[in-house]
Design a protein around this ligand. Structure first.
Ligand code: G16
Length: 543
């Protein structure tokens, strides 16, 4: 068995999107495609040599084969130790945590998040750096540049490992350790939340229902909610991870998890209903008869965080991505802590978290997390809600009503126009960009425009500048519309239109979200000429 250096030709499309390289499985299965990208990582991150690398994925189709390739290449590139979740499974937040716990130089997260899986589905790779955070914009650009000129890769020839057998194996000089992917994560959760209190809440009738959607969180949820916290058998639905996610679309929102919204409105609905996505970083929260939007969930958790054991020191700061509704801003104001507005993409939170500037952060795309890891964390969000319910003795509805009465309510909806031609999507963005200079002072759905611009962001810790991060039309605190193109799709272009309306007086706190934002949707459709430029009369997905 030897290390071989093999010639290869570059592919020119290995540019990371919002969260790593995501492509159709068939693209990753092209000769040397995966190898090229992995070699770019080993070449651009020389500190992996002699150190530890964590590998795990969401269990989707191609995961197991890709892990064998990654291990053979890690061995050939001088990685000293590879730590892999048993069966190749690690949720994204658990992988980030394992990188921290093992003081690893980085980790390979094999996931395309909530995108459908299977031979015709998607696959993806994300590289996370030491400390568990996502690769910065700078590193992902270097990887892309490198991938365009790559001419050889190194692989250890002839060995394979058993990823289902816990313990140590060797491949060449590299030790490969297969670990239980849940252990360290469960310990971390126990250190943050009051498990005794949640157990009591459950014993006294608190009911939880969690849908793992046949993706990676099944084993995490089963261990934590059922085995450790005593939730009833059957509290975790679709708990077995499957390579094709059971043919489903593990994207926890009102479209792809509509059955949970229906459940929430049943007479005998559980107290807390939740779901996570393919790789376990997203979350959806519902109470009896109520959906909590991600922006509200961030704000409500931030307002209640100090009740939870891991957060007794309070909230240092809150961060949200720019398109996320501004509910958390009101909480930051009340707590007298800074609010950071970053571009879409969890990677933009990582520097703030590393610098200790922020305790909790979240995004409209169903992501919430805290400084305990460097990824968004679905199971964490569910536990945080369970702990708030247990600590206050209130229902989700009571928490929400009290929150809105104190802070006002931000109605929020995202309208997605999927699989557009690149030129169509660009034309819409151009139409809005062209209109921006004339909008300030104008009426927009009954509100006066106070700011209309393209968002850019300077990271206060490293000074880096991210430009072209979305177009925004702001009407003071009262309303806002944001447009941007998705960076995670694998088919055509997706236009995202984010609509937000703020209501403060008691008579306006219980509208239907669709009704509340309808005037904004109509106004932006006119400015952006969406129907004319795309041929679409209505969005494909509303979340
Ligand atoms: C990823 C990123 C998130 C981002 C989301 C949507 O989530 O990690 O930060 O908000 O995509 O991005 P876009 O609007 O560009 O499609 P995930 O869960 O897919 O990894």
């Amino acid at each position: 068995m030897t290390i071989r250096e093999l010639p290869t030709k570059p592919y020119l499309d290995q540019k990371s999107g919002t969260a790593g390289l995501r492509k159709k499985v068939a693209v990753f299965q092209q000769p040397h495609y995966l190898e090229n990208y992995l070699q770019s990582i080993f070449d651009c991150v020389p500190e992996l040599k002699g150190r530890t690398l964590v590998i795990g994925g969401d269990g989707r189709y191609h995961n197991r084969a890709a892990i064998q390739t990654a291990v053979a290449m890690a061995a050939a590139n001088g990685v000293a130790r590879v730590v892999i979740g048993q069966g190749g499974l690690l949720s994204t937040p658990a992988a980030s945590n394992l990188i921290r716990v093992r003081d690893a130089a980085g980790g390979l997260l094999l996931t395309a998040s909530h995108n459908p899986a299977g031979p015709d589905g998607d696959f993806g790779i994300k590289f996370n750096v030491a400390g568990g955070g996502q690769a910065t914009e700078g590193l992902t650009s270097r990887l892309y540049e490198h991938s365009k000129t790559i001419s050889r890769y190194r692989v250890f020839d002839g060995g394979s490992i058993d990823i289902d057998r816990r313990g140590e194996q060797t491949i060449g000089d590299t030790v490969v350790e297969i670990v239980d992917g849940v252990d360290d994560y469960a310990k971390l959760m126990q250190s943050l939340f009051d498990f005794d209190r949640i157990r009591e809440w459950i014993r006294h009738g608190g009911r939880l229902r969690f849908d793992a959607m046949h993706a990676v969180t099944g084993p995490y949820a089963q261990r934590i909610f059922v085995e450790m916290l005593g939730a009833a058998d059957g509290s975790v639905m679709n708990a077995v991870p499957l390579e094709d996610f059971g043919g489903g679309h593990p994207d926890p929102n009102l479209i792809y998890a509509k059955h949970l919204a229906d459940l929430a409105f049943e007479e005998d609905a559980p107290d807390l209903i939740a779901a996570s996505d393919g790789d376990g970083d997203r979350n959806m929260i519902l109470g009896r008869g109520l959906f909590i939007s991600p922006g509200d969930s961030l704000a409500m958790l931030a307002a209640n965080l100090q009740r939870l054991p891991g957060y007794r020191d309070g909230v240092k700061g809150i961060a949200r991505s720019m398109p996320t509704c501004r509910a958390a801003d009101q909480v930051a104001k009340a707590l007298n802590v800074p609010l950071y507005e970053t571009p879409t993409g969890w990677k933009f939170f990582c520097n703030l978290l590393d610098a200790g500037e922020v305790t909790i952060c979240g995004e409209e795309s169903f992501g919430t997390s805290s400084a305990h890891t460097r990824e968004k964390d679905g199971v964490w969000a569910v536990l945080a809600w369970a702990n708030v319910l247990a600590a206050t003795g209130k229902s989700v509805r009571e928490i929400a009503d009290a929150h809105w009465a104190q802070f006002g309510r931000h109605y929020f909806a995202r309208h997605d126009y999927e699989e557009l031609g690149a030129a169509q999507a660009e034309a819409v963005m151009q139409a809005v960009a062209g209109a921006l200079p004339s909008l300030p002072g104008q009426d927009f759905a009954g509100h006066a425009v106070t700011l209309a611009d393209e968002f850019s962001y300077r990271d206060k810790t490293d000074g880096s500048l991210a430009t072209a991060q979305g177009l925004r039309i702001v009407c003071g605190d009262d309303a806002r519309v944001v447009l941007r193109l998705s960076g995670t799709g694998t088919k055509g272009a997706t236009l995202r239109v984010y609509l937000e309306r703020y209501a403060r007086d008691s008579s306006s706190l219980h509208w239907k979200t669709d009704d509340a934002v309808a005037p904004l949707a109509a106004a932006i459709a006119r400015v952006a000429r969406i129907a004319e430029l795309t041929g679409r009369q209505t969005p494909d997905v509303v979340t």
